[in-house]
Design a protein around this ligand. Structure first.
Ligand SMILES: C[S@@+](CC[C@H](N)C(=O)[O-])C[C@H]1O[C@@H](n2cnc3c(N)ncnc32)[C@H](O)[C@@H]1O
Length: 235
């Protein structure tokens, strides 16, 4: 994947945090996969469709773009403008209560959103896995805490994140949370390499959220946090 193909779409309007296209670039490079136009992919927590656009272009597959905070209507306008309305289907549902068909998707991607709703044991098995086909793959990138600080998120991150600190979990803990099941072939978690670039591109944006993050970057974000990559392969 060549990130420069997407530069014109990465803007203050479409970014919702550290550059999600960088995170996707690493997920694609770590797990190169053959997709076809007959495949179905779920982009869970797609925000403003930046990730859905990249997934659609890189895979050629049909993408169901699901988000809770951004309405399907708002996203539909953007996607018509981007010319991918035949390939990307907007859905507005809570990830806790999705209504897709069983084993509908060949793959699921989730960038910078899975930590909001999926941080408890059993969530993947009960709420997500039923929608993924046998042999399917799940690729997730979430902000988290480095392994050596696991268990201390509330103390370390609360000046920056307040009560949301608990959402930041380490690569090792995410592996445990995903858990085992006889449909799961493997779970791999890692600290992502794209951290510095994804953050510096977000901190260059001038909006209240980036400005809020900027004041904690050197003292909290950089020393203690990371991006966690999660790859789950189903049998
Ligand atoms: C920081 S944004 C990231 C959006 C996008 N993936 C990106 O990287 O640009 C987090 C997204 O998670 C979504 N989200 C949070 N809780 C959710 C839930 N329970 N169900 C579905 N989406 C949820 C929000 O709607 C929000 O758009």
């Amino acid at each position: 994947m060549n990130i420069s193909n997407y530069q014109k779409y990465i803007s203050e309007e479409t970014m919702m945090g550290p550059n999600s296209v960088r995170i996707l670039e690493e997920l694609f490079s770590q797990c190169p996969l053959p997709f076809s136009p007959d495949d179905f992919i779920l982009d869970l927590g797609c925000g403003k469709w930046l990730t859905s656009l990249v997934i659609a272009k890189e895979t050629g597959a049909k993408v169901y773009a699901n988000d809770l905070w951004i309405s399907a209507e708002e996203n539909r306008n953007r996607v018509i403008q981007w010319g991918i309305d035949k390939q990307v289907i907007p859905i507005c549902e809570d990830a806790n209560d999705l209504h897709f068909k069983k084993k509908q998707f060949d793959a699921l991607f989730s960038v910078d959103s899975y930590h909001y709703f999926a941080g408890s044991k059993g969530f993947f098995e009960n709420k997500i896995m039923p929608f993924i086909k046998d042999g399917g793959i799940v690729l997730i990138g979430v902000p988290g805490i480095k392994d050596k600080f696991e268990g201390h998120a509330a103390d370390i991150l609360s000046d920056w994140l307040g009560e949301d600190s608990y959402m930041f979990k380490s690569p090792n803990l995410w592996k445990e949370i995903i858990g085992n099941n006889n449909r799961i072939e493997s779970v791999r978690t890692w600290e992502m390499d794209c951290f510095d670039k994804a953050w510096s591109e977000w901190l260059a944006v001038d909006n209240e959220f980036a400005n809020g993050d900027r004041q904690y970057f050197d003292s909290i974000i950089k020393p203690y946090t990371c991006f966690v990559g999660i790859e789950i392969k189903l049998r």
